[in-house]
Structures are given as C-alpha cells and as structure tokens.
Design a protein around this ligand. Structure first.
Ligand code: AHR
Length: 673
C-alpha cells in the first residue's frame, strides 16, 4: 500500500465513523432470491377516461351516438337503470343495485346543434341502423338555411378537440340524406376562439342508404380546446353516424391507434407485461355489463361499446386486438383478464347458473386462441384474417377480478383444471388474496392480492411477504397504491410505495409480478382518488409514483444480495429502507435506499467480497417536501436525477437527501476475476 492510499483509508475511516448514522452491509457472496424479469408491469382499465379521452387517440366523443344505450342487463324505470333483483354471490342477499339514468341528457353527450343561421331540429333515432350493433344515429331536419349560412352539428370532443399546427387528422363519417337534400357538408376543426383551423367540403350523395366519407384535415394552428363541426347548407333531412377523427401520427402509426405521447409514457416504464381490460369493468355492474372481448374486435364502427361501471360509456376502441398489438409493439407480455360468470360484488353481484359456465370457459379458450392459436383454430384464424399472422405475446390469463369466497373458489377450481389442461403454457391467475380463500383453491399458478392503503401501512408492511408460505403458487400484486391518508397523491405516497416494493423485490422468490393501479387519469375526470399518470389534451404528467415505478423497472437486478441496515445510534426510522441486488449483464451492484424522513441520512456502505470500481451512477428522486407533487405546470418537479459518483469503494460514505429514493449502481465483480 502506498503512503497516499493509507492516508486515504484512514481519512475514510475517520469520515465514516464521525458522520454516518448507520451501516449498510451488502454481501456480494450471499445471493438471495432471483428477481423475475416479469416483476414490473402495468395495469390498464377504462376508468377516469384513461382510454377514451387519453390513451385511445379518437378525438370525437360519442362518435356513434350510442351513449344513452342502457346498461346491459338493466331495465329502465323512472329515471333509473335497475339491475335484475338477484342474489349477490357473496352475501346471498337480493341486490337492489340501480343507477340514475337520464336518457335525454345522455343522448346528446358531447353534441349540439347550432341553427343560428337557419331553422333545424335534431333527434337521436334508430330507424335506419348503420350497423345492427350500433343502431342509433343523429337525424337532422333542416327547414331553412340562410344564404351563405350553415346548420352545424358540433362535437366538443373529450374536453376539447386538440390539434397541433401542420399536423394531419384522419376523418371518417357516415351520412344518409333525403332525396331533397341538395347541399353539401363541410367538416371543420374550429379553435376555442372560433377560428377555422381546418376544413374540407364533401358533396353529399343522395342515393339510398348510408354513404361513407373519409378525408384528411390539416390544422393551420395549434389549439387544445377546439371543437369539430359538420356543417350543412341546404334544407332537407340528413342522418349522421359514426363520426371519427384521429391524429395521423398515432403511436407506431397504427390505424385506430393510441395517442403517441401517452402510449410512449407507458412504454418508457418498460413494462414487462400489460394487464387488460380491468378491474371491476371485467365483472360488470351486472353480469351482462361485463366486458365481452369479442365485441371489441373489428371495424370500430361496428363496436357497440358498453356503459362502463365507472359511469360513462366506453367505445371499446382500445379493444382486445389493439391491446395485444400494443403489447407486441412495446415488447411487453399480455395478461388478459376474463369474467368467470360473476358480476362485481360491490355492485349487483349477480352470477350465472353453473350450467352456463361452459360458455364462459369456451369464451376464454377463444380469447387465448385469438392471441396464440394457429389457423386451425376458429379464433386463431380470425386473428390471421384481421391481418396478424404471427401470434401475440399472451402469457397470462387472470380468471375474474377481485372475486373472492366459496362460490368463486368452486368456479376457479373447475376453470383452472379445464383451462390448464388445454393451455399448459399459459399462466393462470386467481383473484384471491392471502387468507381463507387460499385453502379453498386446489391449484393455481398465481394469486393476486391488492392493497389500496395509507403510507403507514406500506412502511409497516415491508416484511409482509417474508413470512408468507412458499410453494403452492407465486404472487402477482396486481393493484396497489398509497391512495389514503394525508400523504395520498404526493411524494410521501410514492416513497411509501417504494418501501413496499423493496419488500416485494426482496421476496421475489414469491412475488414475481406487480402493477400499480390505476394507471391513467384524464385530469377532467377523476373516478378514483389517486392515479399514476395525469393526461390532458396537451400534456402527459407522470406523478412521483410513476417515477418510482420506472426506477424499479429500469433498475431491476437479476438477484438479491444479502443486505443489512445496522443503526449506530437509536433504532432507525421505519421510513429508512434499503436493498441490494446484482445485475449480471451490466456487472453492477444495484443498491436501493429509501429515506422517507425529513432528515439527511448518511450511510456507511460496505460492499463485501467483491472488487469495486470507484466510478458509478447515483439516481435520485426527491423534493424539498414530501407533500409536493408534479403538476401540469411543473411536470418535472419530481423526476429522477442521475449523477456520476467517483467515490464508490468497498467502504464508502453516501449521503441521502431528506424525502428521497436513491439507486446506486456500483460496478463490482468477484475478487478472483
Ligand atoms: O383500480 C381501480 C379498481 O380497484 C379496480 O377496478 C378494482 O379491481 C379495484 O377495486
């Protein structure tokens, strides 16, 4: 040893002993559980207008004039949609579930008629269905139009029709006109201050029946709160249906595609898998209201959509095929969630008779075949006919959603046996959590407990998985978030989630998959208190929870290393947590340190039994207060900041900011290499 290195060693010892509050021991030789590549995924559900009005790029709301169509399985009486009065599958009690239903208001959702320059009236009718599944259309009876005037049918979009200067927008709509209609139709995008940003005139065909019109509109300027108009310039009767406007630039330029910025934000999480379509919507408020994946295929004009139990109608434009396509596009595995004959227990909770369950099992087989079957299967052939010869990356099927209890367990046991024998390659997930249901399930590949809790719960339960029994199945934590208590929706929540995630990562012999929930909120529509990504017509904002998820996903080591946090003084706060792992590919020890307290934390980090390179990366997420959060005005207030450290060694001092989550990536290898 040179004199200089001895001095440096003594100096380091001095600094460590004077300043550090605790020691973090990471033992390179003591490997723990492997961390599954499937660990960090995402969960999509149509809630908070996360699909229609956010991820799905359609700009016209209520494009098919079907918004008022009653909740499937319900009856209309006196301003309410009533569910069938049948027993709830958990309580056994007759459910009296009903939902207010204002047909007249719903009919005109997002549409209005402007007849200031003439005289006209409109009505939603079903006298000449464009398609059997989507029978309603807008009938406009025009008595008079002033010279150079228009009768305008206006759509407000999803809180505005957003367009960007010089971008192109693909328009498609259907019209039927009476023989006496001698005018044309002008399609326009209009700014919030009433300037025409794009327009295109079409001649109207007066031949019998529906005619399809397509065109491209190029926006002259940017406006995020514009509107769309169809303008008519002559007396007569016209029927309008399926009015659709898409940005030309969707994610990966897919037709019927996804909003590029939102889809990219999800892709930036590098999710190992995507779960679709939910959530409670899989179950439905009534059994008939469940998601029927077959109705989400094909020409979007033919998709009937369904009232979504988060209280708006979904177009199902981001359907089963689009979901599988998106998984393929971003290299994620697909998880399909299937209804098993039970509706949501918190709503009506009705269920089908045992004799009908075969239909539900077959429906799941068809879904699997659609994704991975070959041309010899009916539904594999349909995928090929839809233009996708290759199979899709469907790897998981979850049977039900948040279904629990004896009745569910009986169903699950039957479904699992039949489905697993037909599709041994698919990983089947039961929706049960820990507890009594565990003994009711004969066999399952995975279970799916959920946690929506406060920050303290997460901090107190970082060891929750340490004592859970191993062997019967793996665990997929399919929904979790700190959405309760004072810190909910802030950095404090995100830090507590990081603590819980450390517990999951350390127990990755048991927990092999996780997904935060819910994923996206359109900022104009909050159905659920706390959501990971906020979207408006202009921007996409990741909350600090988003960045915690991303940090875990991008810094997933292959294997855990034995890690001990030893306090030098009083016991450390439970808001201080650490784990270490090793990434074989990059040859780095990955250390995650959470300091959820308001004080700086100094740690003496000791890396045993390895050769360490002095230079490495430090990635930190923090803010001056844990009550802060990102916003549309300050979308990057709390984002991970990467710096280079040159002072890593086998024994070094590292300071961690108050309210921070930090990842150290330290190059290290075996001593004898
Ligand atoms: O994520 C929101 C809802 O929470 C999901 O639909 C449901 O599974 C859970 O209750």
């Amino acid at each position: 040893m040179s004199k200089k290195s001895i001095l440096l060693f003594v100096y380091n010892l001095f600094i460590l002993s004077v300043f550090s509050q605790a020691k973090l021991l990471v033992d390179f030789q003591q490997k723990g559980a492997s961390i599954s590549p499937s660990m960090y995924g995402i969960f999509f559900e149509e809630i908070n207008h996360s699909g229609d009005g956010a991820l799905y790029a359609e700009l016209i709301q209520n494009r098919g004039f079907e918004e008022h169509v009653l909740i499937s399985g319900c009856e209309y009486r006196d301003g309410f949609a009533y569910a069938p009065q049948s027993p709830n599958y958990i309580s056994g009690n007759i459910s009296n579930w009903k939902h207010p239903w204002d047909i007249e208001k719903l009919k005109y959702t997002a549409w209005k008629l402007d007849d200031l320059l003439g005289d006209a009236s409109c009505d939603i009718v079903s006298d000449a269905p464009l398609h059997a599944a989507t029978p309603h259309s807008m009938k406009i009876s025009i008595n008079n139009v002033y010279t150079d005037g228009f009768i305008k049918l206006i759509n407000e979009g999803y809180w505005g029709v957003p367009v960007r200067k010089n971008e192109k927008y693909n328009l498609r709509f259907f019209l039927r006109a009476s023989q006496d209609y001698k005018g044309g139709v002008v399609a326009r995008i209009v700014s919030s201050d009433n300037k025409v940003l794009a327009e295109k005139r079409f001649n109207v065909e007066c031949k019998e029946g529906w005619n399809e019109y397509v065109g491209v509109l190029r926006a002259k300027d940017t406006d995020f709160k514009g509107s769309f108009e169809l303008c008519f310039d002559a007396p007569g009767t016209v029927w309008v249906d399926y009015v659709s406007l898409f940005p030309e630039k969707t994610f990966n330029c897919r037709e019927n595609g996804l909003r590029a910025d939102v889809a990219q934000k999800l892709a930036d999480l590098k999710p190992a898998f995507i779960r679709w379509p939910g959530g409670c919507i899989v179950e439905g408020a009534t059994i008939e209201n469940r998601v029927k994946w077959k109705e989400t295929l094909g020409d979007p004009m033919t998709r009937k959509g369904e009232w979504d139990l988060w209280n708006y109608r979904t177009t199902m434009g981001f359907g089963y095929h689009e979901f599988l396509q998106y998984c393929e596009d971003i290299g994620a595995d697909a998880m399909f969630v299937a209804n098993v004959g039970l509706s949501c227990r918190f709503r009506n909770g009705d269920y089908v008779d045992e004799s009908q369950l075969t239909v539900y099992i077959q429906d799941i087989c068809d879904a699997i075949d659609y994704a991975v079957g070959d041309a010899s299967t009916e539904w594999g052939l349909k995928r090929i006919q839809a233009g996708h010869k290759k199979t899709f990356p469907l790897k998981y099927v979850e049977l039900g959603n948040e279904n629990w209890g004896v009745h569910y367990a009986t169903i699950y046991n039957r479904f699992y046996k039949e489905l697993k024998s037909r599709y041994p390659q698919i990983i089947f997930i039961s929706t049960i959590g820990f507890g009594d249901d565990e003994d009711r399930i004969d066999k399952t590949d995975m279970i799916d407990p959920h946690w929506y809790v406060n920050a303290d719960f997460f901090y107190k339960n970082t060891r929750l998985f340490d004592t859970k029994k191993r062997g019967k199945y793996k665990v997929y934590v399919g929904e979790y978030a700190c959405n309760q208590g004072v810190g909910s929706g802030t950095l404090e929540a995100a830090l507590s989630e990081a603590a819980f995630m450390m517990g999951m990562e350390r127990n990755s012999d048991l927990v092999t998959m996780t997904s935060y929930a819910p994923l996206i909120e359109n900022s104009n529509r909050r159905d659920w208190s706390t959501n990971m990504i906020w979207v408006n017509n202009e921007k996409v904002v990741g909350r600090s929870s988003y960045y915690v998820q991303q940090m875990f996903s991008l810094n997933r080591p292959d294997v855990n290393l034995k890690t001990e946090l030893i306090s030098f003084a009083d016991t450390l706060s439970e808001r201080v947590q650490a784990i270490g792992g090793y990434d074989y590919r990059s040859k780095e020890i990955v250390i995650k340190v959470l300091n959820g307290t308001g004080q700086e934390l100094s740690l003496n980090i000791e890396l045993n039994a390895c050769k360490v390179s002095g230079k490495g990366r430090v990635i930190t997420l923090s803010a001056a207060s844990d009550k802060l959060e990102n916003s549309f005005d300050y979308p990057e207030l709390i984002v991970p900041i990467q710096t280079i450290s040159k002072s890593f060694s086998n024994n070094f001092l590292q300071i961690f900011k108050p309210y921070s989550f930090t990842i150290l990536r330290v190059k290290a290898k075996n001593i004898d290499v």
